[in-house]
Design a protein around this ligand. Structure first.
Ligand code: ADP
Ligand code: MG
Length: 752
């Protein structure tokens, strides 16, 4: 079926010239196809007149009434205020005009009429409900009013692109579609219905007589959704669904369209979710086709048994959950396909050890492993840990961060390139162009939620390119490293299925033994002195505390200044305890020295900015005070709180808030007081902030879908997932067209 007409520029439509074209482009609307998939956000009901007494604030209505008052209010600019009465109630109408003459003219015109119909959004007025700047028409009392036959769609628009122009353009495309969809069930579904290779059984459409009256080719839209699946899901055809949403039938109510789960809307929601799922799954599949070196367990090779030695030297046993995940990783990396595994585990569940074991699998097979962390502070912590662990095994740790000096950097790069370091740790500086690995077998990304999806994919791609460029000594094979991604933001399963459809997922669902849950206390800032006093006492009794300074502004400078001030204040107030300071603007060596003293117990109280949010691990610290806690997000607070409660000592986290406390802010603090469970916190966070913030996916399609809503529609996801898999297996030719139709340009990010 020819789809060319859909790829035509919208300039072919009546009423659209070059200038208009640019305005459409601002909303990424270029072709007729784009218009067809630019779906209404809501609908206006001009099909019936609503009694004024039945209006509800916030909705749009068509009303009819008699003008009972009409006067000009003088002020900065003249306002015409009118009141209409329809026998059920009265409604105020207000018109703003810039000059007196216009207002007077309007007043005259209205008064001559006496009866009006008007349309607009009902709002609270001074005494009655009101509509500001309604669309209106002057009528005779008994005049028959021409009403719309069906609901009017309202489209997402942009400056310079009026609703009317948009509506007009889209309606023209819909008309083309309508003209050719007289008998939708007979719509030929072209190749989408022919399963791959040999047809298993003739699909319903194949059985249909091919002598159906043929609609003209232009004006049809190909349904890439196979007929058999459409029937199974009880979905209408694509053109039926599109026509229904863009030009709802006369008897359809706004409520039905927006709330009712009609199959038309349902089909499009499903298909959009499907497109996203397919896009991620194709990325996964594409990646699986690359070659990776299988990392065998040493029993089957002559290499050293580093991982076993490492486990022996650890002071604890892996938890069952850690062991399970390590086994999953071991299975993955023994294949000649790159591992793409995500490990989710609450703060403190012990992800670092799991990462270390994975890295050792690479090293015992003669490969390098790279570990990337989102902050320098965390990267440094990892460096210290890994150095300690690997020293005994005679393995060397390399280091790269944005703050390395030119000389350090040159040395590091040389060591990474000649293979004299096996474990490489750093910030995102690790994946810059100039970094060439000798034999990179594994990439680990810690706290990936801090990077965002795009960044993660871009970083992986860079890692891959590097790896391709490196040939193994004599064999000239290019290879991809295995990938291990770690996150402390546990998300509900259905959401993970969508957001991480390009990864295999593991969960560490157990904390190491002996931890006592952190007790969380919510206190007003007015109790600050009280809190200070208690923390001081605790420190005198050999406990260690974090004092976290936050600010509204994202400005790191201001945050650091606040921390400096607090530090100075505490120093003068409590000369008898050792108080340290750490923030993001300190020199690397300084930060490291402070963290080290804190870890060794030389410092009792550590004043810090939110730099310590991720990854920092000082098990003996058992107190945390967070200032202005109401300003931070739920997940961030949970992460921060995760810095305590890592040892056997019972820990307390004090969330201090300042007034006034917003409802949302209060709800966040209460959630934290009530639960220590990361999944629960994430669920609440999702409800409060939406998926974009939580997953760092604001820029990917996930958070900005046209019609689907990943939270509202999550119950569909298992089915979407199932259909996506079957499409890929049985109808692979439908996959790319569906992705392109819904995601288009954006898919390129997901298909790196
Ligand atoms: P995460 O990165 O998951 O937040 P870490 O890897 O930093 O957690 O581990 C938190 C703390 O728990 C560390 O001090 C670590 O040494 C310790 N730990 C990890 N696994 C175990 C275990 N199986 N038993 C006891 N302690 C453990
Ligand atoms: Mg960690």
């Amino acid at each position: 079926m020819s789809q060319e007409w859909l790829e035509q520029s919208i300039i072919v439509l009546t009423g659209i010239g070059e200038k208009m074209l640019q305005r459409f482009a601002r909303r990424s609307l270029f072709t007729l196809n784009d218009l067809l998939f630019h779906l209404p956000v809501r609908y206006q009901d001009k099909t019936r007149i609503v009694p004024i007494a039945r209006l509800r604030v916030g909705d749009h209505y068509l009303v009819k009434g008699e003008l009972i008052d009409c006067h000009i209010q003088q002020g900065k600019r003249a306002v015409l205020s009118c009141t209409i009465d329809d026998g059920t109630s009265v409604l105020n109408l207000r018109f703003f005009h810039f000059n007196q003459r216009q207002v007077t003219g309007l007043k005259k015109a209205l008064e001559q009429g006496k009866w009006l119909t008007c349309f607009g959004e009902a709002k609270y007025g001074r005494q009655t409900l009101e509509i500001i700047h309604p669309e209106y028409r002057i009528i005779n009392k008994n005049q028959l009013i021409q009403m719309d036959e069906s609901l009017t769609p309202v489209y997402p628009t942009t400056e310079g692109l009026s609703q009317l122009v948009l509506l007009n353009a889209i309606q023209q495309v819909i008309e083309k579609l309508q003209q050719n969809t007289q008998k939708p069930d007979a719509e030929p579904s072209a190749h989408a219905d022919k399963p791959l290779a040999h047809a298993k059984e003739p699909s319903a459409s194949d059985k249909e007589p091919s002598a159906n009256k043929k609609p003209s080719r232009a004006g049809l839209i190909e349904d890439f959704f196979p007929h058999s699946m459409r029937q199974e899901l009880n979905f209408p055809t694509l053109s039926e669904a599109l026509i229904y949403l863009h030009a709802p039938p006369p008897d359809c109510s706004v409520f039905e369209l927006m709330e009712g789960h009609d199959p038309y809307r349902g089909r499009l929601v499903f298909e959009e979710l499907l497109a996203h799922q397919l896009s991620m799954k194709s990325a996964y599949q594409k990646h699986q086709q690359y070659y990776a070196f299988a990392l065998r367990t040493p029993a089957r090779t002559v290499k050293k048994h580093y991982s076993a030695q490492f486990l022996q030297q650890l002071s604890f046993k892996l938890t069952q959950a850690q062991q399970t995940v390590v086994d999953e990783i071991a299975l993955d990396v023994q294949k000649n396909q790159p591992m793409q595994r995500l490990v989710q585990g609450d703060v403190g569940s012990g992800k670092t050890v799991v990462a270390a074991l994975a890295a050792l699998f690479a090293m015992e097979n003669g490969f390098q492993a790279a570990l990337m962390a989102p902050t320098e502070l965390l990267a440094e912590q990892h460096r210290i840990n890994f150095q300690q662990w690997l020293q005994a095994l005679d393995l060397k740790v390399g280091w790269l961060s944005g703050k390395s000096t030119a000389k350090q950097r040159r040395e590091s790069l040389a060591q990474i390139a000649d293979g004299s370091v096996q474990m490489i740790i750093g910030t995102h500086a690790l994946f810059q162009e100039s970094v060439i690995f000798k034999r990179l077998g594994l990439v680990i990304i810690d706290e990936q939620h801090r990077f965002g999806v795009h960044q993660r994919l871009a970083l992986l791609q860079k890692g891959e390119n590097k790896a391709i460029a490196v040939n193994q000594e004599d064999e000239k094979i290019s290879f991809y490293p295995h990938q291990l991604i770690m996150t402390a933001t546990p998300i509900p399963r259905t959401l993970a299925m969508t957001a991480y459809a390009d990864l295999d997922c593991s969960v560490i669902d157990e904390l190491p033994p002996g931890r006592t849950p952190v007790e969380t206390v919510v206190l007003s800032e007015q109790r600050r002195n009280d809190v200070l006093h208690r923390v001081h006492n605790a420190c005198l009794n050999k406990r260690q505390a974090y004092w976290v300074c936050t600010l509204i502004e994202e400005s790191e400078v201001l945050q650091c200044q606040a921390a400096e001030k607090t530090h100075a204040m505490l120093l003068s107030q409590f000369p008898d305890i050792a108080i340290g300071l750490v923030h993001g603007r300190m020199k690397t060596a300084e930060k490291q020295a402070v963290m080290q003293s804190f870890k060794q117990g030389d410092i009792s109280m550590l004043v810090a900015t939110t730099v310590i949010e991720v990854g920092v691990d000082v098990p003996n610290a058992s107190l945390m005070i967070i200032e202005n806690a109401e300003r931070l997000g739920l997940s961030q607070l949970h992460q921060l709180r995760g810095r305590v409660g890592r040892g056997t000592q019972s820990s307390v986290c004090v969330l201090m808030y300042s007034h006034p406390l917003s409802k949302n802010g209060k709800s966040r603090l209460m959630t934290l007081r009530e639960t220590n469970d990361g999944f629960e916190v994430a669920r609440k966070d999702l409800a409060l902030r939406g998926p974009g913030e939580l997953l760092g996916t604001r820029q990917t399609g996930l958070a900005e879908m046209k019609i689907a809503d990943i939270i509202r529609d999550q119950q569909l996801i298992p089915k979407v997932n199932d259909i996506a898999q079957r499409l890929m297996d049985e109808y692979p030719q439908s996959v790319t067209p569906i992705i392109n139709r819904w995601i288009g340009q954006k898919a390129q990010y997901q298909n790196v």
